[in-house]
Design a protein around this ligand. Sequence first.
Ligand code: SF4
Length: 88
Amino acid sequence: MKTDADIRYEEKKDMKNQELEKTANWRVFIPKIDLKRCNKNYRCFVVCPHDAVDIKKDGFPAIDASKCTGCLICLRECEPAAISEERE
Ligand code: SF4
């Protein structure tokens, strides 16, 4: 039979596992988009393997920090060099 302490421990363990499931938890760098340089070619949106680039209503891309792993593929693929990296 489980005690209250066992139940609290399992609840905490579940919460911890849910946090670890977020890909962004192990990110070291996050891409930053310079909207002045962005020409809206949407290459970042296309190449992101984690569906972490959204297109806003104004047509500019935006990084979804909850999904971004920091792989920086978008940075390397951005032709106008509108994406830079920032250490977290
Ligand atoms: S760094 Fe990687 S995961 Fe993050 S937005 Fe760019 S391509 Fe997607």
